[in-house]
Design a protein around this ligand. Structure first.
Ligand SMILES: Cc1cc2nc3c(=O)[nH]c(=O)nc-3n(C[C@H](O)[C@H](O)[C@H](O)COP(=O)(O)OP(=O)(O)OC[C@H]3O[C@@H](n4cnc5c(N)ncnc54)[C@H](O)[C@@H]3O)c2cc1C
Length: 393
């Protein structure tokens, strides 16, 4: 197995790195990803997306007919990793989930309306699957879509939770129940303008100070043209998009930066008058984290390698997601252990090591093990699909 980038891919990586150095901006980049949350939108970030679009880097793997370059999905991955290493915003759900699903299943109106805007980096989407009684088991969603033949569309009523970016997105990519009699076959995907008068958005603040949202639907009318693909096929499209999206999963770049920052701190800090770097316990923990970072990188490459062979890397992606998100917690735990009580001081408080970066990271990384499928769900996938274990044993 050789997981290294080939010469063309490496050239592309260098090209992206040169671009990022030339376009460095403190307004849109922050090597401390816990500080500049991906869930905060600013005009500067949109301008930056426009620059990525001008480089031809949004939708690189799309067909040429829709403005893409038909490049292999690994180029999307190389771009995402390079952006994450400097804390720059990454192409959102538009290019991956929404764009690729519309290309495969969307009607001409959806293609004309959304694909050019996505590839120019002009539009943001929020994803609405989760509900109070439908999280890990998202196919239990109950938000109701009722047929309105007179107006030629559907009326949506109900309640979504955990919709990240609903407070700044332009469009809502939302799953709703069109047939209560069929669990998986009764779900349909819709596109709803986020400023629709029937939508009410309420913030939910996570333990990591990140904003996500609850969204209430009060008779929200959606015309037939804004149904994605066929009625009743929403669950198939949701699963397919997850598979397509495995290239754009959590990058390892942020862990790389955090471990480097922690090593730097340990090199220079002292505790009770002794240099931290001389503590064998600290050295051993740091060595372990650096080795685990390598493991995460290899698991990630395995996902990509499977996908490039045309296989669906469900099990490999579950292994990577589980290891990567829990490594984030292990790094933060180790930092707080090494720093002692001062490590609990919050950003901005005098005396906080690394300005409280790891205090925040300790809270923020918990969320990563929940969003996108909890650790337990990843373990279920590995045990059943990977190891062939029975459901109840
Ligand atoms: C910050 C954040 C952002 C999010 N953003 C979005 C978004 O933009 N759009 C969206 O649609 N959703 C989003 N989510 C929702 C996310 O996908 C769900 O939170 C997640 O799937 C878990 O669902 P739940 O919270 O309802 O927990 P539950 O499913 O109720 O799970 C509760 C506990 O039970 C465990 N559990 C559940 N089922 C099983 C099982 N079969 N076997 C073993 N253990 C099990 C879980 O691991 C967990 O520990 C976000 C969540 C967070 C925290």
């Amino acid at each position: 197995m050789n997981f290294e980038l080939n010469p063309e891919e490496r050239d592309f990586e260098l090209e992206v790195e040169r671009f990022l150095a030339a376009n460095h901006s403190d307004d849109v980049m922050d090597a401390n990803p816990e500080q500049l949350s991906q869930t905060v939108e600013t005009p500067a970030k949109r301008v930056f997306m426009g620059k990525l679009a001008k480089q031809g880097w949004l939708g690189m793997s799309w067909p040429e007919e829709y403005g893409g370059a038909e490049r292999a999905g690994i180029y999307d991955f190389v771009l995402t990793e390079a952006l994450s290493r400097v804390g720059a915003p990454q192409p959102g759900k538009g290019v991956g989930i929404v764009g690729k699903t519309i290309i495969r299943h969307g009607n001409p109106r959806l293609k004309e309306t959304f694909l050019p805007q996505i590839i120019r980096g002009e539009v943001e989407f929020a994803i609405g699957y989760s509900e109070p009684a439908a999280g890990s088991d998202a196919a239990s969603m109950q938000l109701r879509a009722t047929r309105d033949d007179a107006r030629g569309g559907w009326v949506l009523s109900g309640h979504k939770i955990w919709t990240t970016s609903a407070h700044f997105a332009d469009w809502y990519w939302v799953g709703a129940r069109t047939d209560p009699a069929s669990k998986h076959g009764g779900i349909t995907l819709f596109l709803v303008p986020m400023d629709h008068a029937g939508l009410e958005i309420h913030p939910t603040w996570t333990i990591g100070d990140e904003r996500t949202n609850e969204v209430y639907f009060d008779d929200v009318f959606v015309e037939d043209d804004f149904v994605v693909g066929e009625v009743g096929k929403g669950w198939t499209y949701i699963c397919e998009a997850l598979d397509l999206e495995r290239f754009a999963m959590l990058p390892v770049g942020p862990h790389e930066m955090k471990i480097a920052a922690l090593c730097d701190w340990a090199r220079n800090a002292s505790r009770d008058g002794e240099p931290v770097r001389d503590d064998p316990g600290v050295r051993s923990v740091l060595a372990r984290l650096v080795a685990e970072l390598e493991v995460a990188r290899m698991l990630q490459r395995k996902v990509i390698s499977e996908a490039l062979k045309g296989r669906i890397p469900t099990v490999q992606a579950a292994m990577y997601k589980l290891f990567q998100s829990e490594l984030g917690q292990r790094v933060a735990n180790a930092a707080l252990d090494m720093m002692g009580p001062a490590g609990q001081l919050k950003p901005g408080v005098e005396g906080a090591p690394l300005d409280g970066r790891f205090e925040r990271s300790y809270r923020y990384t918990v969320v990563d093990t929940v969003g996108g499928g909890t650790s337990e769900i990843q373990k279920n996938i590995i045990s059943r699909r990977g190891l062939g274990l029975p459901k109840n044993f």
